[in-house]
Write a protein that binds this ligand. Sequence first.
Ligand SMILES: [Zn+2]
Length: 395
Amino acid sequence: MMYYTIFVQTLTVRCTLKPAPEQAEALEATVQRFAEGCNHALRVAKRTGAFRRFALHRLVYRDLRAMGLAANLAVQAIARVARRKGERAKHYQPTSVAYDQRTLSLRLADETVSLTTVKGRLRIPLKLGNYQRHLLRKAKSVQGGVLTKGPKGKWYIHLTLRVDDPEVPEGSSRGGRIVGVDLGQKALATLPTGELFSGGFLKSKRLHYLRKRAEVRSKLDRPSERTRGVKRLWARLSGREARFVNSALHALTRRIVDLLEPGDVLALEDLKGLRSRTTQRGKRARHLQNLWPYARFCFFLEYKARLKGVRVVYVDPRHTSRECPRCGHVSKVNRRSQALFRCEACGFQHNADWVASVNIARRALAQGAGSAGPGHSQLALVLGHRLKHLHLPAS
Ligand SMILES: [Zn+2]
């Protein structure tokens, strides 16, 4: 049985803008005017209680146009105010403007973006890295974006891209595996197939930068040594580290995704849950947070996987290294050491990180089986079949 699923999704990519001085002035005026428009709409909404988009539109649209906002910028300003209570601001700062397809367009040929401003339509050069260029080329369309003003007067555009994932034949012989990724302490990631992704070099290099920066910081703390040269050194170190970490993460995640086939499912630990908990894993995550950039690692992994037609699911990270994949027994004692897992109930033993990655895959399987839709249950069957090939009798 074969069927196809197309996942349509959006991705956001941040690009630096390189406006000419007069363009920067126009952008500045636009964020000011946009914030004024939002604040005006907010005042009217508060006074009249008309927080619904359509009602508010009728009340303030003309005002916003009269203030000099283009039609679709006025619409976007109203949309900002017409959000749910917790999501809208109490006061709007002049730091960003929302754009849609009518007020923003991208031209890849000369790497420029065209934006509607209070001084008319402007075509502004983009500063793209390989990562951005790659994503922009892959995108089906640009759905809009948010112009933001960063510290030091830098301008960014956060483009919302529509990406169609490749069609995935789920019943085909290739693909359809579920691959759990254990984010570990020793190795950065372990897969159930046994592959290890060592981030050792990444960790040591980061420690190196950490020491270097501590040195420079102590100099910055002493006013007599806070020279321009030292300040510049600080900035250079930070930039160099960020570039190093990014390129290392891109390389590592690329290697993982290269092992996957379209139709596979990638299971990752839900890091948000991980951080807020006070379990051992939570503490561990917090401790390593500075050295292991897990969140960015997952982000890179996720976007690369999706572009390849690999679905990404997140699972509960609790006890993934303490649960026996054979009998399901959960105990702290099961994890004998950093490296060894041995179940106190059934005696099953294996590498601890490998066990965790298998547990992550199994949890994803359980989630998939429980979700609605014929596509999912079929997928779960396929995955269940594949999982048996790991020679793990189900619990
Ligand atoms: Zn067991």
